[in-house]
Design a protein around this ligand. Structure first.
Ligand SMILES: *Cc1c(COP(=O)(O)O)cnc(C)c1O
Length: 352
């Protein structure tokens, strides 16, 4: 079975051999305070920095999931007010985490399948943090990064955090133009779930230092203890060592393959899928505005319902996703992450 689901998803073909190698090298038994672990930490962070062009002075923290990253970001960067761009389930989750953490978040909210009108948008005063979801996995909307950069330029006093869970590593994000970004590994990195990666700059560290003087920024994983440990290539707690190891191996593999090739091929597959559905009477592309159609999560209205086609594909060894929540019966979601091949795309198209 090939999993063209939006997450968890298909593993990279090489993952089993990396797991075998990890077992052979006792990766799952070594101490997280050992030189061996520090070497793994260093190898993974440096491969990630190369792959995603993360500046040397940005910090990489390992957490348990992307949802944890949202909570840590709110706790460590927001005194009172965050502002959220909400256009689906994951961006809304970021907002509710801020609410439940006792902050006073505000939001601009648009319907599923829509993007945002950045013109005429005023940020509420004293906003500590602006939160974007680059690729809304529930709807297949991918915000133009240029709009995010421009909004940050217009509001230089607020920090900007970007959820890149289902666009990394495809997304060519300029880290210099944002302050924090995060992802988890069971989507575009084709790895087993259980590891979140959070990337922050020194402005974030500075903010959490200031915040700590007046309120709790958390104990288990706050930015200051994460930083202190990461400077020694370590983590505060016993981490998911296997996950960190595997992420390093996949990042190295993708570096050898070339991120430009990955981006180009992802776009080619997305173009083929969208143009196929554009010309098929039984299906319709959910996101109407071309500029914001996701390259990595393709969301399609199935006019005959989603169930039949999902079952048909399953019988042919392909698993695709149903629509999110209320759209379960009427939509399908197809992942187009880096491990998906042109062969996969051609195979699934045959069955529609
Ligand atoms: C899957 C997903 C998350 C949540 O990731 P977890 O690792 O399950 O916490 C957050 N944001 C987006 C955009 C996602 O697709």
């Amino acid at each position: 079975m090939r999993f063209l689901t939006v997450g968890p998803t298909q593993l990279f073909d090489s993952v089993p051999s990396y797991i075998e190698e990890a077992l052979k090298n006792n990766i799952c038994s070594i101490s997280h305070r050992s030189k061996d672990f520090e070497n793994i930490f260093r190898a993974t962070t440096s491969a990630l920095k190369e792959l995603m062009d993360i500046p040397e002075d940005y910090h990489i923290f390992f957490l348990s999931s992307a949802t944890e990253s949202m909570e840590r970001i709110i706790e460590n960067l927001v005194d009172e007010k965050s502002f959220h761009f909400v256009n689906g389930a994951f961006s809304n989750r970021f907002f509710t985490i801020a609410q439940e953490s006792g902050k006073k978040p505000e939001k601009i909210e648009v319907d599923f399948g829509e993007g945002f009108d950045f013109n005429n948008l005023r940020l509420p005063e004293n906003t500590d943090l602006i939160c974007f979801t680059h690729n809304e996995t529930s709807t297949g909307v991918m915000i133009d990064l240029k709009d995010i950069y421009k909004f940050k330029e217009q509001n230089p006093d607020s920090l900007v955090a970007v959820d890149i869970v289902s666009s990394a590593p495809y997304c060519n994000i300029d880290f210099r133009k944002i302050d924090a970004a995060f992802f988890s590994v069971q989507k575009g990195f084709g790895l087993p779930a259980g590891l979140g990666v959070l990337i922050v700059n020194d402005s974030c560290i500075e903010r959490s230092k200031q915040l700590r003087k007046k309120q709790s920024i958390g104990s288990y994983h706050n930015f200051l203890t994460l930083l202190q440990k990461s400077e020694k290539n370590q983590t505060p707690e016993t981490p998911n060592v296997l996950g960190i190891y595997l992420l390093g191996k996949i990042a190295e593999e993708l570096n050898r393959y070339g991120i430009d090739n990955i981006r180009k091929e992802t776009q080619q597959r997305a173009d083929i899928l969208y143009s196929f559905f554009e010309n098929n009477d039984n299906y319709e592309i959910f996101v109407k505005e071309k500029k914001i159609r996701s390259s990595t999560v393709i969301v399609i209205n199935a006019l005959d319902g989603s169930e039949k086609i999902i079952n048909k594909l399953r019988q042919n060894n392909y698993l695709i996703g149903a629509g999110y929540n209320n759209f379960k019966k009427t939509q399908i979601r197809i992942s187009n992450y880096p491990m998906v091949t042109m062969h996969d795309v051609k195979e699934i198209i045959k069955h529609f």
